[in-house]
Design a protein around this ligand. Structure first.
Ligand code: AMP
Length: 213
């Protein structure tokens, strides 16, 4: 398999995803997208060192949405954890844009708003869940959310997660996931805290690093 993709065509994305990329004027993968697509698709754990603005969100969303393919079951098969409500909204927006022509359910949950409304939306069924760790844990403990079907976990902005003290919540969520799931971690900086997180959660990860754009 080629190590890097110089075009979206060579990724052999499904037609629905390709159509959204074309319609929204995305022509060429950014370096983080091109370098991380194959490792993510192969099921490996991965550490992406990439800052905001490098296209890191699509770097994990494209292979995940391509693999989810269409709606299935009621509980999430991919879980993206981010540190803030703003990021939940941004990642949901990016996923909805890419999934415009896919039959996939994307939901975002975060603290500071009514938990019942969010729980009710989860109960309706979700394929890709984007969440802050605290709210994810609360809805998990209320038994509305089950995490046994998650195949891929993304920890985005891992350095900010550590700064905000989310390690205990991440550990609880991680222990609720199936043993053989894939872990993807994205961080702008590779600090002592992010190394600790990766050593605890990731198994033989591939490291992909890109310069800020
Ligand atoms: P990030 O926060 O790193 O995910 O970067 C997001 C920004 O990069 C968004 O404005 C995206 O629309 C843009 N972006 C993502 N992928 C590409 C691409 N392949 N070509 C051009 N812009 C992109």
């Amino acid at each position: 398999m080629k190590q890097k993709h110089t075009s979206f065509e060579s990724m052999k994305l499904n037609k629905s995803l390709s159509k959204s990329l074309v319609e929204n004027g995305y022509e060429t993968p950014t370096p983080i997208q091109s370098a991380s697509y194959n490792p993510i698709r192969s099921g490996k754990d991965l550490i992406g060192i990439a800052q905001t603005g490098t296209g890191k969100t699509f770097a994990y969303l494209l292979p995940i949405l391509n693999a989810l393919h269409y709606s299935q079951g009621s509980m999430p098969r991919a879980l993206v954890l981010v540190p803030t409500r703003e990021l939940v909204l941004q990642v949901v927006e990016a996923a909805e844009l890419l999934a415009t022509y896919c039959d996939l359910r994307v939901q975002g949950i975060y603290g500071g708003t009514n938990i019942r409304t969010q729980s009710a939306r989860i109960a309706e069924g979700v394929d890709l869940l984007v969440a802050t760790p605290g709210r994810c844990m609360d809805i998990y403990f209320s038994r509305v959310l089950r995490l046994g079907n998650v195949k891929t976990l993304v920890i985005d902005e891992a350095d900010r997660m550590m700064d905000l003290g989310f390690m205990p919540q991440l550990q609880t969520i991680h222990s609720a996931l199936p043993a053989n799931h894939q872990n993807l971690m994205f961080t702008a900086t590779f600090s002592y805290e992010t190394v600790t997180l990766s050593e605890e959660f990731l198994v033989d990860p591939q490291r992909v690093e890109v310069a800020p754009q």
